[in-house]
Design a binder for this molecule. Structure first.
Ligand code: FES
Length: 140
């Protein structure tokens, strides 16, 4: 039996809702083990529990921290940097290509640690406050 229009729309809405839910979870730092959002807006990252931070140049996207799209990058054996992912050129959120950050708007490129590579941005990504203590990186 062919689904009628109502059944089709109900199914389509359920699929859309599931997709939106997955997208929200994926963007939520609260959804991941080892990432905890505090009431003051800071995010605590338990570094040992984050697979993406086990290697140098590993990246974990925290979603937004105090309204700023933020990622943490492992820059050394025990060093990390948190980056504001808004491109300094016009504020578009940059994307991780696996080897660098790329701005989808006009093509600015940045090293994984946020250093400026090529314009039009003209400067590095802005760091976000991050403090490491006892294996927990507090960001924001
Ligand atoms: S906003 Fe990123 S290069 Fe223009």
């Amino acid at each position: 039996m062919e689904p009628n229009r109502r059944q089709f729309l109900t199914g389509a809405c359920a699929l859309l809702g599931a997709g939106l839910g997955a997208a929200l979870l994926a963007d939520s730092a609260d959804a991941a083990t080892g990432i905890k959002r505090k009431k003051n807006g800071q995010v605590e990252v338990t570094v040992a529990q984050i697979p993406g931070l086990q290697n140098i140049n590993g990246v974990v996207n925290l979603g937004t921290v105090k309204g700023v799209p933020t990622a943490v990058v492992r820059t050394g054996a025990s060093t990390y940097t948190a980056l504001n992912l808004r491109c300094p050129h016009a504020g578009v959120t940059v994307r991780d290509t696996g080897t660098q950050w790329l701005c989808p708007a006009h093509g600015s490129q940045f090293a994984l640690d946020g250093a400026f590579i090529s314009g039009p941005a003209g400067r590095a990504l802005t760091p976000v406050s991050a403090r490491l203590s006892r294996g927990i990186l507090t960001v924001g």
